[in-house]
Design a protein around this ligand. Structure first.
Ligand code: FEO
Length: 170
């Protein structure tokens, strides 16, 4: 059984993960509009991943006898200056999510809730990957500033990304 405090905090995180999905869907639309189909593809996969993150916590709350109470999803940005601006936003956002996850782990420890702590360790690892992925693309974009040919090459590379539901892998 989850404590009330833990249940509330996990509910908040479900909302944050859906908000993340919504943010990346907005970025998907931004890139689609610019005909950067590879960048758009990368963001669509990111959107799909975020929904699986939300559902992993959703299912966990249910499994522990808690109740998921869905809250409204706040508005997200729709405009960015350029590709670099989008990936700066992405990296900053993922760093913020990492601190939310760390905070949840701290609460699980305070509540002596080992099962929740254990479930959250998947997210601790995932956040290392999330930050590294965004940082790698941001660094490439910083090197490519003012080089449209390079941007198109990167766009082609980002088209290769495919969605895999990592929450189902052990
Ligand atoms: Fe759900 Fe991008 O972390």
């Amino acid at each position: 059984m989850l404590s009330k405090r833990m249940e509330e905090k996990l509910n908040k995180q479900i909302n944050s993960e859906f908000w993340s999905a919504y943010l990346y869907l907005s970025m998907f639309s931004f890139f689609q509009n610019k005909n950067l189909t590879g960048f758009a593809n990368w963001m669509k996969v990111q959107y799909q991943e975020e929904t699986t993150h939300a559902m992993k916590i959703f299912d966990y709350v249910n499994d522990r006898g808690g109740r998921v109470l869905l809250q409204p999803i706040a508005a997200v940005d729709t405009k960015w200056e350029d590709e670099t601006d989008v990936f700066e936003t992405t990296l900053n956002h993922e760093q913020k999510v990492t601190s939310l996850i760390n905070n949840l782990v701290n609460i699980a420890i305070e509540e002596k809730d080992h099962a929740t702590n254990n479930m959250l360790q998947w997210f601790v690892e995932e956040q290392v990957e999330e930050e590294a992925n965004a940082d790698e693309i941001l660094q490439q974009l910083n090197m490519l500033k003012g080089n449209p040919h390079g941007i198109l090459m990167l766009d082609r590379e980002l088209k290769q990304r495919t969605f895999v539901d990592e929450t189902k892998q052990i």
